[in-house]
Write a protein that binds this ligand. Structure first.
Ligand code: ZN
Length: 171
């Protein structure tokens, strides 16, 4: 279940030290999130964060993870995976653009920070497997590891005496 407000944390009780820290463990919506053809599944991420008072204001630290899906860059097979990143974000009343996040009306919204962390961690060009050679490796060599038999391997020596008619070979 996705809690739309799950990333808004009321910081008053933390700031006045009634509570030292607050754990935020939830699956939360981060909106449509995609980079190229790779997108976050269900527009959601799992967070396991601790929000606590620090000198600057508030800090949120812990892990953010999300599932993604997208096409293999070589064969276009649909690939799925999971990313997980450690974050430590600072929230302050007067944030520094691009570095810290705002505290607004005594609250912090973790969603933009989580969303940014997920977007940065998405794979830019996923592969179905490291050795994927694409749909037509002869026409479109990918530079992937070659799965043809290695030369000089004695286990294949018996095949050296055989010849094959390769229908693709021009006469
Ligand atoms: Zn592939």
């Amino acid at each position: 279940m996705i809690d739309p407000d799950g990333l808004i944390v009321d910081v008053v009780t933390i700031q006045c030290r009634a509570v030292i820290r607050r754990d935020v463990v939830a699956r939360v919506g981060i909106g449509a999130a995609l980079v190229g053809d790779v997108e976050v599944v269900d527009c959601s991420a799992d967070v396991d964060l601790v929000v606590e008072a620090v000198a600057e204001g508030m800090a949120a630290s812990g892990t953010v993870s999300a599932r993604w899906t997208g096409p293999c860059r070589r064969c276009l097979t649909r690939v799925e995976g999971t990313i997980g990143v450690e974050i430590r974000e600072i929230f302050e009343a007067e944030p520094t653009e691009g570095e810290t996040w705002p505290i607004t009306d005594e609250r912090i919204d973790l969603a933009p920070a989580v969303r940014e962390a997920v977007l940065l961690a998405l794979p830019l060009a996923p592969l179905c497997e490291e050795s994927c050679r694409g749909p037509e490796p002869d026409r479109f060599p990918t530079g992937a590891p070659d799965d043809r038999r290695p030369s000089g391997d004695s286990r294949w020596a018996i095949l050296d005496g055989l010849s094959f008619d390769d229908p693709r070979r021009p006469d």
